[in-house]
Design a protein around this ligand. Structure first.
Ligand code: GRF
Length: 224
């Protein structure tokens, strides 16, 4: 059962780079297709273009420096504890990883269990990790795509929320393929956020069910 919210879902976005997925979520919120509010954009990189995008839209942008924790045995956990304090300060309900180039630890995963999403440019569980467009081409795949999933401790391993398929062309380069996948990323990430905001995502073990309303086929979007 979903309960209709009267207030906007409070989101934080963690991003390390260019922030095009952040932009897609901002645009969807501004267009009214996602009922949510980005209360903070946080980066581990001071110069991340994602922070600049946040500023352009009047959103709180924060650089949380990992350097003070470097060298500690628990450096990753200690950093995540600082992030957690920040997130709690903003009453964040949903965390979006959007090109966030740090592996999150149990500190964040436990605090935001089934409330933290990631977007990945392959059809998981194929090709977790980095350089995945190149790997999909080299493997000879005919189809790849992108996946929005909840974040667990295993990298790119959490329960799958939405996926979109993208064909691999004979003369594809990793860059050309990445650009076509990105178009789909920008569709399914905001859509997953809206499903969460509507309280329509039900997690059972590894499976995420989309409750009510639209047909189940909605969970997999074809590239048309
Ligand atoms: C995207 O391809 C996303 O799937 C991956 O990192 C990239 C981030 O791009 N996790 P951007 O910073 O959102 O433009």
């Amino acid at each position: 059962m979903s309960t209709k919210r009267t207030d906007a879902l409070r989101i934080a976005v963690l991003a390390s780079g260019r922030g095009s997925n952040l932009q897609a979520v901002i645009d969807a919120i501004e267009a009214g297709t996602v009922q949510a509010k980005i209360v903070a954009v946080i980066s581990n990189k001071k110069e991340a273009p994602a922070l600049e995008r946040a500023r352009r839209h009047g959103l709180s942008d924060l650089f949380v420096d990992p350097k003070p924790y470097a060298g500690r045995l628990d450096s990753r956990e200690a950093y995540d504890q600082e992030l957690l304090n920040v997130l709690r300060g903003y009453d964040v309900e949903l965390v979006l990883l959007a090109g966030y180039m740090k592996i999150v630890t149990r500190v964040l995963v436990d605090a935001y269990s089934n409330r933290m999403m990631n977007i990945h440019p392959s059809l998981l569980p194929s090709f977790p990790g980095l350089d995945v467009q190149k790997k999909a081409i080299e493997w000879g795949c005919k189809l790849t795509g992108c996946t929005v999933h909840f974040v667990t401790e295993g990298v790119d391993e959490g329960p799958i929320i939405l996926q979109a398929a993208v064909p691999i062309l004979d003369d594809d380069s990793p860059e050309a393929l990445a650009a076509r996948i990105l178009v789909q990323e920008h569709k399914i990430y905001p859509r997953a956020v809206q499903l969460f905001a509507e309280g329509r995502l039900r997690v059972e073990g590894r499976r995420v069910f989309i409750e009510q309303g639209k047909p189940v086929g909605d969970a997999v979007i074809s590239p048309s």
